[in-house]
Design a protein around this ligand. Structure first.
Ligand code: SF4
Ligand code: SF4
Length: 90
């Protein structure tokens, strides 16, 4: 009940932007958690953010741009995919 099929899950994984947080760089300031307009980032163990709902991420990069320690990396799979398609056409 309410469970997504394997194909649906794989499709969502392709569409969802990749939100990566470097535990080594993060100082657990909470700025990204406070600023994310979609609630994608939540406070995790020791204050280091967890990615709770990557599908909701709009790739706005607010978190990436405001992280004082450059600990966040956003890769928009949709943009990366279209770039790869464009490269393949050359
Ligand atoms: S803004 Fe950067 S340093 Fe602060 S909690 Fe988020 S990832 Fe960690
Ligand atoms: S890119 Fe925007 S929506 Fe995605 S996690 Fe960062 S602040 Fe939230």
């Amino acid at each position: 009940m309410g469970s997504a099929s394997q194909a649906e899950r794989e499709s969502a994984m392709v569409r969802a932007p990749s939100v990566t947080i470097s535990v080594a760089l993060c100082k657990a300031c909470g700025i990204c958690v406070a600023l994310c307009p979609k609630g994608v980032l939540v406070e995790g163990t020791g204050g280091v953010p967890d990615v709770s709902n990557a599908e909701a991420c709009t790739s706005c990069r607010i978190c990436e741009l405001h992280c004082p320690d450059l600990a966040i990396n956003i890769i928009d799979a949709r943009a990366a995919s279209s770039t790869a398609d464009a490269d393949a056409d050359r």
